[in-house]
Design a protein around this ligand. Structure first.
Ligand SMILES: Nc1nc2c(ncn2[C@@H]2O[C@H](COP(=O)(O)OP(=O)(O)OP(=O)(O)O)[C@@H](O)[C@H]2O)c(=O)[nH]1
Ligand SMILES: [Mg+2]
Length: 307
């Protein structure tokens, strides 16, 4: 990984990694493995919001595996912990899936304020840098300010936006956006939707209508349905994500605001329980503050290591 990108990740994850690596640094690994060591690791995991279930699973694994491998030294246990976390996170890493159809359509969903609009803007920037032509669809017609907010991102990134009046049917906006992208040969349409509670049935129905509209153009679309989760709520996002997953096909997750939280450890139970690929993490409010999820860099950052 490029040094600059790594530095940015490390900076963005500072609160989580400080909590975690400080916790680890307070443990004396320079001794034989004993019960106290397992308990201390357990505390570090719990404090980083890894959660009881995942923590118990990890500690049980460490006990069994260290016995199997006949590990004696505390440092070896630390290495084993790192190996385990890496394995968990690698198991749910996913790349953005673009089919190459013109246009590919990416749908963003999530509860209010989770970071959808911001993530649409950042992803538009990332894809534009790769040479793709992007259209934003302002399908959050619920709030007038939502359309303006997306427009600001469109200007900042330098991409086209398709919008209607506030209160318009979101599916009609999506229809126009995909239609115009198709006729102009654009590569990707990013669809910003209104924040919705996963428990509100009519809003979930609205999402299905949006999907149907997209599928009128191609049965292969949307190529991604990305659930945007607010990283600052830690493990609480798990139940939220589960209900979204039940209501609609979610193909990937974006975890935002990891820069503002010490709860980044929640990525671990999110991985273990949801089994939905994590595609990106948000580590700030700037254009280039969306990063592909890189398990190795994430674990290295947790352990305060450079490469
Ligand atoms: N620090 C930080 N702030 C973020 C990040 N992502 C989003 N935000 C901020 O979180 C707030 C909400 O983000 P939005 O993108 O408007 O969230 P949304 O899901 O579109 O919200 P609604 O449309 O109201 O449902 C804004 O102030 C963003 O700047 C991130 O990765 N880091
Ligand atoms: Mg929004």
């Amino acid at each position: 990984m490029f040094k600059a990108v790594y530095r940015k990740l490390k900076e963005g994850l500072k609160k989580t990694t400080e909590q975690f690596s400080q916790g680890l640094s307070e443990i004396s690994f320079a001794k034989k493995i004993d019960e106290e060591l397992f308990e201390e690791i357990e505390m570090v995991l719990l404090k980083a919001d890894v959660g009881l279930k995942a923590t118990t699973e990890i500690i049980d694994f460490l006990r069994e595996e260290s016995r199997k491998r006949r590990l004696k030294d505390g440092e070896q246990l630390k290495e084993l912990l790192k190996e385990k976390l890496l394995k968990i996170l690698q198991g749910c890493k996913g790349d953005l899936n673009l089919s190459g159809e013109k246009p590919d359509v990416i749908l963003f969903l999530g509860i209010n304020g989770s970071g959808k609009t911001t993530s649409v803007g950042k992803l538009a920037y990332m894809l534009k840098k790769e040479g793709k032509s992007i259209v934003l669809a302002a399908a959050d017609t619920f709030r007038a300010a939502a359309i303006d907010q997306l427009e600001v991102w469109a200007e900042r990134v330098g991409v086209r936006i398709v919008k209607h009046q506030p209160g318009a049917d979101p599916s009609a906006v999506v229809f126009d956006a995909v239609n115009s992208a198709k006729s102009r040969g654009d590569d990707v349409v990013l669809v910003d939707t209104a924040g919705r509670l996963h428990t509100k049935e009519h809003l979930m129905k609205e999402l299905q209508k949006i999907k149907k509209t997209i599928q009128k153009f191609s049965p292969n679309q949307p190529c991604e349905t990305l659930l945007v989760l607010d990283g600052t709520i830690g493990q609480n996002s798990i139940n939220q994500a589960k209900t979204f997953k039940e209501a609609t096909d979610v193909t990937g997750i974006i975890i935002t605001k990891l820069d503002g939280t010490s709860k980044g450890g929640a990525i671990i139970p999110i991985c273990m329980e949801l089994k939905i690929p994590i595609k990106f993490i948000g580590v700030g409010e700037g254009l280039d503050d969306l990063q592909p999820f890189d398990p190795e860099a994430f674990v290295n950052a947790l352990f305060g290591q450079e490469e």
